[in-house]
Design a protein around this ligand. Structure first.
Ligand code: RET
Length: 255
């Protein structure tokens, strides 16, 4: 909910812009979910969990985009409050899962994997929970304070991913290591969009423009961080399957 203005006061162009992006988000989540669930059988069994988790992330987001779309349409038609909490509930579930799918596809030794999960999952939940009070307030002071608190676990996650992923890259085949590097770049580039969208009201864009910019920013970032990210995980799983098993590689025409 944004206290500064009512969704019903958006111009027709602003309303259509947000509505079209939300609809695009819904379609992208639907298509990616089906594609990933159907494709998980095409990688070696040890990589399937990573693909199933990726499809589950887009399935959870598919549900939330439907709810967000409905809440937005109702807020526009009837002046009801727009429910911004759907996004935060979505992230609370999907951000830890995105980290789990990343760890799963790397197929690291168990001790290494457990230590990564134990650090990254609580940090990602803290990042989202601390950001929410700042999202729903129109006051700049508390917005900056919660934003700064949420940035602490955010930076910690980036630090852990950088250090740990870099260590694991040495043990991966060359093509896999190049794709994992691209995955990491994609993660940093897309996750960076969230705090920028959050800061729009602080950056001097206010009221309706900040709302529209934030909704479009979050939606584009979600499609990249969930769909493109999930498809990249699938590509890594295929490359690793081919590297692990020559008969997989030849049956998939990969060598
Ligand atoms: C908030 C609050 C302001 C400070 C920071 C934030 C970071 C949010 C991030 C969200 C990532 C969400 C993803 C969802 C996709 O499934 C909460 C906006 C740092 C990084 C990846």
């Amino acid at each position: 909910m944004d206290q500064e203005f009512l969704v019903s006061s958006l111009s027709d162009t602003q309303y259509s812009a947000v509505s079209n992006f939300l609809s695009l988000g819904f379609a992208a989540m639907l298509a990616t979910t089906i594609y990933l669930y159907l494709s998980q059988a095409r990688v070696l069994p040890k990589y399937r969990q990573a693909i199933v988790i990726s499809g589950t992330v887009t399935l959870i987001a598919l549900y939330h985009y439907w709810r967000i779309y409905d809440s937005f349409a109702a807020a526009h038609a009837g002046g009801e409050a727009f429910n911004e909490a759907y996004r935060y509930v979505d992230w609370l579930l999907t951000v830890p899962l995105l980290l789990l799918e990343t760890i799963a596809v790397l197929a690291l030794p168990a001790a290494n994997r457990k230590s990564l999960i134990a650090r990254l999952v609580p940090a990602s939940a803290a990042m989202i929970v601390l950001g929410y009070p700042g999202e729903v307030t129109a006051e700049m002071g508390p917005k900056m304070m919660w934003g700064a608190l949420s940035t602490i676990p955010f930076l910690y996650i980036l630090y852990v991913l950088f250090v740990e992923l870099t260590k694991s890259l040495d043990k991966q085949p060359a093509e896999v290591s190049a794709t994992v590097k691209r995955l990491r770049l994609l993660l940093i580039a897309t996750w960076g969009v969230y705090p920028i969208s959050y800061l729009m009201p602080v950056l001097g864009v206010d009221g309706a423009d900040a709302f529209v910019g934030r909704q479009i920013g979050y939606t584009v970032a979600d499609v990249l961080a969930k769909c493109l990210f999930g498809l990249t995980i699938y590509k890594i799983a295929r490359l690793k399957s081919a590297a692990d098993d020559a008969s997989y590689a030849s049956s998939e025409g990969m060598h």
